[in-house]
Design a protein around this ligand. Structure first.
Ligand SMILES: Cc1cc2nc3c(=O)[nH]c(=O)nc-3n(C[C@H](O)[C@H](O)[C@H](O)COP(=O)(O)OP(=O)(O)OC[C@H]3O[C@@H](n4cnc5c(N)ncnc54)[C@H](O)[C@@H]3O)c2cc1C
Length: 599
């Protein structure tokens, strides 16, 4: 058995984990455990930008950013957390800049900004330029910058170690460590810690068409859930409107921010009808539903399940003129292919590679793609995990980033707000963990540490069943796409739940072919499928109970938002018998009473 001792242990090396590690390491010995080499984390795939009301291009205010976020969340976000995040946004963007992040610049040398869905001038309701970006590689730059800073600060990294369990000292009611599987050797490692942070990212792989990397299987959320920690607002999962047709690969909203428009088979820019003020830059839930409604009405391209995203310069310039969009000189704004190539190099490259299409010459075929988890492990603004309606803290346990639910995104996240969320709450959590390490002594490990994980892995290794995990995974992903996607009904959700439970039963009879110890991907993926199944079940149970439509959760049988009954967060608990219990906690409202949401 391999034993390690660090004051703070951070699981996950995306933006949230690295920012937390950077700050924790200033006051405590810190280790980061990551199943991926750190710079391969999904944060590196983020394209469009990070939101901050710098006002570099036009008038803007953190308070406008806060209101847009609350409205975008369909009033489910906790407003104290939103106000804090948007107020901290400018300073944290400058902090990243000072660490060396190469943002795009204006001719005067300020950080350049562009428009993004749901971000508006609060007086006119028109889109505002708030997204700070480094071409369409913003997340890549954030990840590289933070990784370098962590190395400089002597953070210890355990790369390609997969955490499989959370260790709780039940007597003291404290989280005291994790168990990790070393991918290269198949050995288990026990990490003893004063505190643990989960920053394990999202779980888009629950759905068939997704923008998420293959590793986003919700490990952290599933581990916590199995240890009795609730998951919050799991029914809210965002579909991004513009994934490449069939592949799901993301085409950043930055394309529409730079002037791209959505077009149906009649050549119509249909968002005019659904969101007359902000049009193609409405919130993602609104645009994704609009695309599906067009497809249902027979206006998909060639009668298929996709529409066009058109960013050809002549199209962009035509609609800029129609919308009265002005450049800095007050004249109608105009773009050239050369300019777009500089702003969207990777997108143009993806399209050439995966579709054989040059977006400067032809429109791109797009469909909504499963993208972002609004729900997750409940935390307060310091990243401390809270486990009930009274927000009682579970000492020693922290979560940040996509796997956490603060909640700043409520029922629907605005673009650019996740990169902001991960650095803001990663930082606050890291600072808190360093303080916790100073103020608290070590608590002993529980009696059993690695044994349950070993037993679980042995069960998978030695089983002689007929089922294959990969098969179950593909069935699950198709089911979730059809039944628990953009549109939901009681019948679809009930059917999904029955089938998920059948899949869970069949999972008991899986077998794997690779019985070895080194780089046993077969074994790891089989374990990950168990996580997908648990996450799918909680999502469906939470969605079935919520009889209203809000943000990304759209119930065709209950199409209205119902604030009287449902202005509250869901908390889903796994009971010792495996059943799921739902409880609810109030939404924090500071300034903005719920209003009808129109764009
Ligand atoms: C294609 C794409 C484009 C996006 N563009 C934008 C954008 O422009 N702006 C924006 O604001 N947001 C964007 N997002 C969303 C945003 O990038 C993510 O929500 C955010 O980066 C998540 O960061 P994270 O640190 O929480 O997790 P991630 O970056 O996903 O990192 C997760 C980490 O956890 C580790 N991990 C997971 N499970 C385990 C385990 N069991 N054991 C050990 N380690 C584990 C992984 O190795 C990894 O290091 C985009 C997302 C995608 C998919």
């Amino acid at each position: 058995m391999n034993y390690h001792k660090f004051e703070t242990v951070i699981v996950g090396a995306g933006g949230a984990g690295l920012m937390a590690a950077l700050y924790a390491s200033r006051g405590a010995q810190t280790a980061v455990i990551s199943k991926l080499y750190p710079t391969r984390s999904h944060t590196g795939a983020a394209q469009g930008g990070i939101g901050a009301a710098l006002g570099n291009m036009e008038e803007d205010h953190p308070e406008w950013h806060a209101f847009d976020t609350v409205k975008g969340s369909d009033y489910l976000a906790d407003q104290d957390a939103v106000e804090l995040m948007t107020a901290m946004a400018p300073e944290i963007v400058f902090e990243l800049e000072h660490m060396g992040l190469p943002f795009d610049r204006t001719p005067e040398g300020k950080i350049a900004q562009r428009r993004f869905g749901g971000h508006t001038n609060n007086r006119t309701g028109k889109p505002v330029m708030r997204a700070c970006h480094a071409a369409d590689r913003t997340g890549h730059m954030i990840l590289q910058t933070l990784y370098q800073q962590c190395i400089k600060n002597n953070v210890t990294f355990f790369d390609e170690f997969q955490v499989m369990d959370l260790l709780i000292n039940e007597v003291e009611g404290r989280v005291v460590g994790v168990v990790a599987y070393e991918i290269a050797t198949g050995e288990l490692h026990v990490f003893h810690a004063k505190s643990v942070l989960f920053a394990t990212g999202g779980w888009g792989r629950v759905w068939e068409v997704t923008s998420n990397a293959a590793t986003l299987t919700g490990d952290g959320a599933a581990i916590a859930f199995r240890r009795g920690i609730p998951l919050e607002d799991m029914e809210f999962f965002q579909f991004h409107p513009t994934g490449i047709y069939k592949l799901g690969i993301l085409i950043t909203e930055g394309v529409r921010g730079e002037g791209g428009v959505l077009i149906n088979n009649e050549g119509e820019r249909f968002m005019n009808r659904y969101a007359p003020t902000v049009k193609d830059l409405a919130s993602r839930d609104v645009v994704s539903r609009a695309i599906y409604l067009e497809i249902r009405a027979g206006r998909g391209i060639n009668g298929q399940n996709y529409v066009y995203l058109d960013v050809r310069p002549e199209t962009v310039n035509k609609y800029f003129a129609e919308d009265g969009v002005q450049g800095p000189d007050g004249k109608p704004k105009q773009v050239t292919a050369e300019y777009l190539l500089k702003k969207l190099p990777d997108i143009i490259d993806f399209c050439k590679t995966y579709l054989g299409i040059d977006p400067m010459q032809e429109p791109m075929p797009v469909q909504p793609t499963a993208h972002y988890a609004m729900g997750g492990i409940p935390t307060n603004i310091y990243g401390e995990v809270v486990i009930d309606e009274q927000n009682t803290v579970l000492p020693g346990f922290y979560a940040a980033g996509e796997t956490a639910c603060v909640s700043v995104h409520g029922a629907n996240r605005l673009g650019t707000n996740s990169l902001l969320d991960i650095v803001v709450f990663g930082k606050l959590a890291g600072q808190r963990m360093a303080e916790f390490a100073r103020a608290n002594d070590w608590a002993p490990l529980p009696q059993e540490t690695w044994e349950p994980t070993q037993a679980m892995l042995d069960r998978i290794r030695n089983s002689r069943g007929k089922e294959r995990a990969a098969r179950l995974r593909e069935e699950l992903r198709r089911l979730m796409m059809d039944n628990v996607g953009v549109f939901r009904t009681e019948a679809l959700l009930n059917d999904a739940l029955t089938k998920i439970r059948e899949l869970k039963e069949r999972y008991q009879h899986i077998a794997i072919d690779d019985k070895g110890k080194t780089f046993n991907q077969d074994l790891i993926e089989a374990w990950e499928v168990a996580n997908l199944l648990d996450i799918a079940e909680v999502t469906t149970v939470s969605a079935l109970a919520r009889r209203e439509s809000r943000g990304a959760h759209y119930r065709e049988d209950y199409p209205q938002r119902d604030d009287e009954q449902w202005l509250k967060h869901t908390l889903a608990y796994r009971q010792p018998d495996g059943c799921i219990q739902l409880r609810y906690k109030p939404v924090v409202i500071t300034k903005w009473q719920p209003k009808e949401r129109v764009y």
